[in-house]
Design a protein around this ligand. Structure first.
Ligand code: ATP
Ligand code: MG
Length: 379
């Protein structure tokens, strides 16, 4: 195993959104330097970096220069091209490796990996053209969801198909791109596990976390999820298998559906910290970002003990309408923590920040987090 990268070293980060910002905060707290590489200037992560490199991911000369100046490269965004991580890997270790990113950034490869690993997924078919879709619809039926193979997030790049006759329209709506057709899972709950693994194969995890989405965007996460012990064990086992089989060194989130009869189905993988894990910052002994830092630096993984039940609500740009939120009202509340990402433009549906509440029970934490968000609205 390589020597650990100790505090004082330099972390290279591909991607510059809020996940990178919070990683940078953990890294800075430990005294690391942070270099951020992305096409955006004055980005959430770049604002906290020692160096913000603004360049295209395909600018491999800039990627090489960046990688030479850091001790390890990690990412906060799974759509970094493979050529970028390959170029970086010539000069610094990339963790998790480019192979993990390759598997997780494309729904076809991801689904195939899951199926080969014997893990439960929704019924699916790989769609390359309209004829494939017609055949797949005959097999999978409606309702189903057509998802682009690449570049989806927050429900973008997906169309629900409610009747077989609607399939051609869905195919056109998605821009006739390579896609996956998934059978609709009538789940009772959505869960996630944020797992970490180090180079020696040690495994830790946060969760399961219980997630509620609104308009395909995560709205509220709570932990603990209050599940039967058998479901919790199964979720942990699934996460462990994913981490081992993909040989992840770093953090990866497994999104799960829980069906009415207690079965777990893997929805998708995110090879990085996850929105649902933000509550670990305020509720756990070690947060998901510190854990990512520890894992990619070859340091011992931290304790994932939860100190108090917690709930997290996202703050979307919509809250800035008609005027900016009432921060003072929220900050007057005890047991509520505000996190803002430094984004300039509060667009509708854009994740601008989040609020975490802790309490003696999950129900109380959830109520507090929701009340805190409501306080932001000036009526
Ligand atoms: P994110 O970036 O927020 O994770 P995404 O765009 O990558 O989203 P998915 O996680 O695949 O998309 O889907 C978003 C949401 O749509 C899921 O959390 C779930 O609520 C719903 N969904 C996705 N696939 C299915 C399915 N097969 N059956 C039922 N609901 C689904
Ligand atoms: Mg998802």
């Amino acid at each position: 195993m390589n020597a650990p990268i100790l505090p004082g070293g330099t972390i290279g980060l591909l991607g510059s959104g809020q996940l990178g910002r919070m990683l940078a905060m953990s890294a800075r707290r430990f005294g690391y330097q942070v270099h951020v590489f992305s096409p955006e200037a004055n980005s959430p992560a770049g604002q906290l970096a020692d160096r913000e490199i603004v360049a295209d991911y395909a600018d491999l000369d800039r990627v090489a220069t960046f990688a030479r100046q850091v001790d390890v490269v990690t990412f906060e965004f799974e759509n970094v091209p493979r050529i970028t991580t390959d170029a970086a890997e010539k000069h610094a270790p990339v963790r998790p490796g480019g192979g993990v990113l390759h598997a997780a950034q494309n729904r076809v490869r991801e689904k195939r990996f899951l199926a080969d690993a014997g893990l439960p997924t929704a019924r699916f078919a790989v769609i390359k053209n309209a004829a494939d879709l017609e055949q797949a619809m005959a097999k999978i039926g409606a309702p189903s969801i057509l998802k682009t193979a690449a570049w989806g997030y927050d429900g973008k790049g997906q169309v629900r198909i409610d009747a077989i006759a609607d399939a051609p329209r869905a195919w056109r709506e998605l821009g006739e791109q390579p896609a996956v057709l998934e059978g609709f899972v009538s789940f009772s709950d959505e869960l996630s596990i944020v797992a970490a693994r180090d180079a020696a194969g040690n495994f830790t995890h946060f969760g399961p976390i219980h997630n509620t989405h609104v308009n395909h965007i995560l709205d509220i996460s709570v932990c603990p999820a209050g599940l039967p012990a058998a479901v919790t064990r199964r979720a942990e086992e699934i996460a462990r298998v994913v981490m081992q089989q993909l040989d992840v060194v770093g953090v990866l989130c497994v999104e799960l559906f829980l069906t009415g009869d207690g079965e777990l189905i893997v929805n998708e993988l995110a090879p990085r910290p996850h929105n649902s894990g933000h509550l670990t910052i305020d509720a756990h002994a070690t947060c998901q970002f510190e854990q990512q830092l520890r894992a990619v630096c070859g340091l011992p993984l931290g304790s994932t003990r939860q100190r108090q039940p917690a709930a997290m609500t996202n703050l979307l740009g919509d809250l800035w309408q008609p005027t900016s939120p009432d921060w003072a009202a929220l900050l007057a509340m005890p047991d509520v923590k505000l996190h803002l990402y430094g984004k300039q433009q509060p667009l509708p549906g854009r994740k601008m920040g989040h609020v975490t509440a802790v309490a003696d029970s999950v129900a109380a934490a959830r109520a507090l987090a929701v009340a805190a968000r409501e306080k932001l609205r000036r009526t």
